[in-house]
Design a protein around this ligand. Structure first.
Ligand code: FE
Ligand code: FE
Length: 333
């Protein structure tokens, strides 16, 4: 069997969820330290991605570092919250220069925390950058704000990598960093060596992409800094447990990453609104382990032969056989 990957999770997997209906939250509030302890309970996580400011906001970085250590976890990334009320008209593309300046400051503060915790990158999820209505924005101006804002950060912190996580919509009706191709074009315009992409499988799915194709495209530019995995019904970012709906496409995604030689961490970005967060993470990891076994079993020669002739039925048979034979026998493995 090939070397098993390391698994990770966004720390928000273990947080309290609030939406526009259950405004009192699904479950009780969870502090950053409590969420780290819950992540530690999963048992198979090596890394977490932590949102910043912490909860509570004054929590010293040293206490976060201690909590990570006692749970044998490492912080892979820091995600500054550039999508809260203050940024509701955008972070990088906000029409108010004062808010754009605060975006720079908040992300820079996150860089400081990421350095202290030894993270691989600062993750940027510009959920509020975009628009909701036709004629609401000047698209050229928004492009320019996004490119210059991110370039300034990348140049101010050349020792840090910035991973943009694109998503088609929500909370904005149309998000600026909406697809792999558009994000790559914007990164090209930034012309800096330290901005790349965190590819969220679910965002790609519901954006109408093939996640495997998006992975190949981003990797071909050397810009695949990280991945998030989850699942959805393609109409929304449901953040369901990995493989629960699109198992074949999940297998194709991980097959493509293996083909590319990408050996990063397989990270969960699930939102278990009504499920136990520790059990949901274990379920996601169990599925990812099965996928990893399936990749070892997959008949690559037969698949290549099928792909050479675009033989859909033969290719699907190879994928199906790998999935159906990858479950360990009872009591085995
Ligand atoms: Fe994500
Ligand atoms: Fe998401």
């Amino acid at each position: 069997m090939t070397q098993e990957p390391q698994y990770g999770a966004g720390l928000w997997h273990f947080a309290q969820y609030v939406d526009r209906y259950a405004t009192d939250g699904y479950g009780p509030p969870v502090t950053t330290l409590e969420a780290i302890d819950l992540a530690g309970k999963v048992g198979d996580l090596a890394v977490v991605d932590i949102t910043y400011p912490f909860n509570p906001p004054g929590l010293p970085v040293s206490q976060v570092a201690e909590a990570l250590e006692r749970n044998s976890l490492r912080a892979i990334g820091i995600t500054p919250e550039i999508y809260t009320r203050e940024f509701c008209r955008g972070a990088f593309t906000n029409p108010d220069p004062g808010v754009r300046a605060r975006t720079f400051d908040l992300v820079s503060a996150a860089v400081g925390v990421a350095r202290e915790l030894g993270c691989d990158y600062v993750k940027l999820w510009p959920g509020q950058d975009g628009h909701d209505y036709p004629f609401q924005v000047d698209h050229g101006q928004v492009w320019s704000y996004a490119v210059t804002g991110l370039r300034a950060l990348a140049q101010a912190h050349p020792d840090m990598k910035f991973a943009i996580e694109y998503k088609p919509r929500e909370p904005r009706v149309s998000m600026f960093f909406s697809s792999a191709a558009k994000t790559l074009l914007a990164i090209g315009d930034m012309d800096v060596p330290n901005v790349g992409i965190l590819l969220d499988f679910g965002h790609s799915l519901y954006g109408g992409e093939s996640p495997a194709e998006a992975a190949r495209l981003i990797h071909s530019r050397g810009l695949l800094y990280g991945i998030d995995v989850n699942d959805n019904f393609r109409g929304w970012d449901d953040d369901l447990v990995v493989g629960s709906v699109h198992l074949v496409e999940t297998l194709e995604f991980f097959y493509t990453l293996r083909e590319c030689g990408w050996d990063g961490i397989w990270q969960l970005d699930q939102f278990p609104f009504r499920e136990d967060s520790v059990e949901a993470a274990r379920a996601g990891i169990e599925t990812m382990r099965s996928i990893h076994r399936a990749l070892d079993l997959l008949d690559v020669t037969a698949l290549r032969q099928a792909q050479d002739g675009q033989d859909a039925l033969a290719a699907n048979r190879v994928a199906r056989q790998a999935i159906m034979s990858c479950q360990p026998s009872v009591g085995g493995l």
